[in-house]
Ligand binder design. Structure first.
Ligand code: ZN
Length: 281
């Protein structure tokens, strides 16, 4: 993967169009380029693919014009069928990824977005389709502010108990509503409750999505107290870690308050809070 491909992935099409060249500079920070790791593909990784870019020095790529913003793809990207989800990311520097599941929820998601905007960092939101349907403006805001929106099914079922057809419907319907509101189909999928099976990997791949789990579970859904959530993030923080929190599904005010405390601490500790980049396109 080359740096400009990474950059392409960091910015949504909508954001790129809005922000233009200014976004290139804003995103041109070492450590922003994380790739997912944690498992081996079933078949060998493809070579560089049809797009080949020369490697650029860090100082040079900022000057490279944005490329790759063609018309929206009609068909999903082809991805490998995994056996396990990615659990962490790798990249230059102390990268860490914050993920928020089950939303969007108008009671909590706007506050989380406000905090992320205050510190100018990007995060991932694994949304449920039925929540998106009621809160489309929040997903549009995620797109505008450069966040990555992933697929967390339509209604948050335990997929391992569903038929293949039901699993596909849960995933595909969510892809559709994300595309409608976010402007792109999701590139990432996360199974509710972390309950993966072969069908979820196969269907996710068919729909062009990579499976992402997490490294640290804040267990914020148990409302353990804001201080406990902060402590879990601070304690677990390490390069490549993916943090799981929730912005919906119950009272998430502790999650909102915890983010306000641990995000500046992570940044002060030298972490690059970023979003993962797909290895293969
Ligand atoms: Zn969930």
């Amino acid at each position: 993967m080359t740096k400009d491909q990474s950059l392409t992935g960091l910015l949504t099409r909508r954001r790129a169009l809005l922000a233009g060249a200014a976004a290139v500079g804003a995103a041109g920070t070492a450590g922003l380029f994380a790739t997912v790791t944690g498992e081996k593909p079933i078949r060998p990784a493809p070579a560089a693919g049809p797009q080949t870019h020369r490697a650029l020095k860090p100082s040079a790529y900022r000057l490279e014009p944005l490329t790759g913003y063609g018309p929206p793809r009609a068909a999903p990207r082809r991805v490998l069928v995994r056996r396990r989800p990615f659990l962490r990311v790798s990249g230059r520097g102390r990268t860490i990824v914050l993920t928020f599941d089950d939303g969007p929820d108008p009671r909590y998601t706007p506050h989380i977005l406000d905090t992320l905007r205050e510190y100018d960092v990007r995060a991932m939101f694994f949304v449920c389709g039925e929540m998106v349907a009621d809160n489309k403006e929040l997903v549009a805001r995620m797109a505008d502010e450069g966040h990555v929106v992933g697929n967390h099914t339509w209604s948050h079922p335990l997929l391992t108990r569903l038929s293949r057809g039901r699993i596909r419907a849960e995933m595909e319907r969510t892809c559709d509503v994300v595309e409608e509101t976010y402007g792109e189909r999701p590139a990432w999928f996360r199974a509710p409750y972390g309950a993966w099976n072969r069908a979820t990997f196969q269907l996710g791949a068919e729909l062009g999505m990579e499976p992402l789990a997490w490294t640290i579970d804040t267990l914020d859904w148990t409302t353990p107290g804001t201080g406990t959530i902060i402590h879990r993030v601070a304690n677990g923080a390490a390069p490549g870690v993916v943090v799981l929190s929730h912005d919906a599904g119950g009272d998430r005010s502790q999650s909102v308050r915890a983010l306000r405390a641990y995000l500046p601490r992570l940044l002060d500790s030298g972490y690059f809070v970023t979003v993962p980049e797909r290895k293969y396109r």
